[in-house]
Design a protein. Structure first.
Length: 233
């Protein structure tokens, strides 16, 4: 399957998001609504963006005790979402409970396990008590997630080649940490690749926020990234 683009809609207001969505309607399928927009505008905003014709990736990165996460999945099941994230470091019991709730309430939902945030490097991991290198920790958490019933992961594109060797072929690998050539550095993302590199590595989807949102023309920036993705297939 060709790699597809997901726009991370990380802006403060609906008014700021509206012209960006208007420009991308018809060319872009997936929009990621994350903590910034969800905490400000809530479930109604998810419904509103879906009503505009976009598929929704709800990136809430759930991480709590198993019962609480399972109940959150049940509550979110009434929303028009196609993907939802939880943190794999919540452990096997939490992921199994979340997946059981998904099967019972919204079987078509793809639950994605966030492995190691793309803003973390080895030094950052070590500060949290994780001695493993990021790629080793991603492999460990990725295998645990798939073993717990999940069919998709969020990781850096740098880890995709190794995960493709280790995991079943149908596992969806969603990769933020994308920076177009010449745009690397100067922000919080640490484990990065260009769109074309991520596609060649085997990402199912790439997630891009600021390189599109802060571009003089978000529509042109997104079109360029989509052309880069098509050029790799
Ligand atoms: O490990 C992760 C998990 C999620 N994200 C999210 O992706 C986007 C990336 O946005 P950029 O502006 O392109 O950096 C953002 O919404 C993050 O919450 C991630 O970056 N890394």
């Amino acid at each position: 399957m060709p790699t597809d683009l997901i726009l991370a809609l990380d802006v403060p207001t609906r008014e700021e998001a509206a012209p960006i969505l208007r420009q991308l309607r018809g060319s872009l399928r997936w929009v990621k609504i994350g903590l910034q927009m969800f905490t400000a505008h809530g479930p109604d905003y998810v419904r509103a963006v879906a009503d505009e014709g976009f598929d929704i990736f709800l990136d809430l990165k759930l991480h709590d005790i198993p019962n609480t996460v399972a109940k959150a999945v049940e509550s979110l099941a009434s929303l028009p979402i196609g993907m939802l994230t939880l943190h794999t470091c919540g452990g096997r019991e939490m992921m199994t409970a979340a997946d059981a709730a998904r099967r019972a309430t919204k079987p078509g939902l793809l639950l994605l396990g966030v492995t190691v945030l793309t803003s973390m490097n080895a030094a950052g991991l070590a500060e949290t008590g994780v001695a493993a290198a990021p790629d080793a920790q991603v492999s460990r958490l990725g295998r645990l997630a798939i073993d717990s019933g999940l069919r998709g992961l969020v990781c850096s594109p740098l880890e995709v080649t190794a995960l493709r060797r280790e995991l079943p072929a149908d596992v969806q690998l969603v990769t933020p940490g994308i920076r177009p050539a010449g745009e690397a550095g100067g922000d919080d993302q640490k484990r990065i690749m260009t769109p074309a590199e991520a596609a060649r590595a085997g990402s199912s989807y790439i997630v891009v926020g600021r390189p599109i949102l802060k571009a003089p023309s978000p529509a042109e920036a997104a079109a360029k990234i989509m052309a880069d993705l098509r050029g790799t297939k």
